[in-house]
Design a protein around this ligand. Structure first.
Ligand code: ADP
Ligand code: NA
Length: 329
């Protein structure tokens, strides 16, 4: 029995991943390598839906790939590549655009949010059709499963609708992918505004980047917003900041939140923050080191990505050939 096939991508924006990316997604990427046939990509085509500096984008893409490898994505067990290296994503995307209703695309709530932020004048057609390219990213590999967070559910529904539509119009071609909610994925909140999720696109004071220097990490954690109480206990409503710090500690140390509450009983927020900074530093230090090593040998890193793209294209090319044939090209 072949292993289920999984596709997941991550944007290269800002150059360094943040703790939420790891604990909410990338850790599961690493785990899924053992039980699935995984395709992982750095989605640089998606990145240009918002303006990017070319040199920075090129750099961010390499830094992102290096971080994925440093975190444990293993090119011997999964296919790691850069989206723009596989032009078949775009070939399929055009076909999918011609199957997507204008109103259907207009209902995507992420476009509404992001275009509002950009202002009507700044929003591009690329930002509008982004979910269709995302559908092509998934369908071109005939993925069985797609690990998704809440924010991506609507896009996966569109992907499933497009696959089903193509199949009924042109004959069964696509696997209709299922959402996979990874067990143990933690939602990490912004350290400065613990009512919203940590994000690489929010101000850096509340975001712990994996590539931050240890002193920067310690300072960010020391300055994390808590509350006026003193007791260290998890209570997502009354103590979102403290709960977030416990969540991060627990996810990285492997100790349960209950256990940590006991461990910190009678101690203050300062103790929790100091220990958490140590736990985070212990985790990120080897990741940073390995990332630097990989970036220092750029030729080898580019070789790994070229090999990944070649393997990805072998699969993607077959799908596009079948699709083009069925469409009448
Ligand atoms: P960002 O907001 O940092 O730009 P993305 O929107 O690119 O992150 O998401 C990349 C992946 O990381 C997604 O799977 C998303 O669900 C996950 N992710 C991002 N931020 C967090 C967070 N704070 N907690 C948990 N998972 C997160
Ligand atoms: Na984002």
């Amino acid at each position: 029995v072949p292993l289920p096939r999984v596709l997941s991508g991550i944007q290269p924006s800002a150059g360094s991943f943040q703790l939420g990316n790891y604990l909410g997604a990338l850790r599961q990427w690493v785990a899924l390598q053992d039980t699935t046939e995984a395709f992982y990509c750095v989605v640089d085509l998606h990145a240009i839906t918002l303006p990017q500096d070319p040199a920075e984008l090129r750099r961010s893409t390499l830094v992102s790939a290096a971080q994925l490898l440093a975190l444990g994505v293993d090119p011997a067990r999964s296919t790691l590549f850069v989206q723009s290296h596989v032009p078949e994503h775009l070939q399929l995307s055009w076909v999918m655009e011609c199957l997507t209703g204008f109103g259907e695309a207009g209902r995507m709530t992420q476009f509404k949010d992001k275009s509002q932020r950009e202002g009507t004048a700044g929003a591009t057609v690329g930002l509008f059709t982004y979910p269709v390219l995302q559908a092509a990213d998934i369908l071109v590999y005939q993925a069985d499963q797609v690990p998704v967070g809440e924010d991506q559910r609507q896009h996966l529904e569109l992907t499933r609708d497009l696959a089903t539509r193509f199949n009924s119009r042109f004959g069964t071609t696509f696997t209709v992918p299922a959402a996979y909610i990874p067990p143990g994925a933690a939602k990490i909140l912004d350290l400065q505004s613990p009512e919203r999720k940590m994000s690489k696109s929010l101000p850096p004071a509340g975001t712990v980047y994996l590539l931050d220097e240890p002193a920067v990490t310690a300072k960010k954690i020391r300055s994390a917003v808590t509350d006026t109480g003193r007791e260290i206990m998890a209570d997502a409503v009354a103590k979102p900041g403290v709960t977030n710090l416990l969540t991060i500690h627990s996810a990285l140390s492997g100790r349960s939140v209950r256990e940590l509450e006991e461990h910190f009983a009678g101690r203050g927020y300062g103790d929790l923050k100091k220990e958490l900074a140590e736990v985070v530093t212990e985790f990120v230090t080897p990741v940073r080191q390995r990332t630097t090593e990989l970036l220092d040998d750029r030729a080898e890193l580019e070789r790994i990505l070229a090999d990944g793209a070649q393997r990805a294209r072998e699969v993607a090319r077959q799908t596009v050939a079948e699709v083009y044939d069925r469409v009448g090209f």
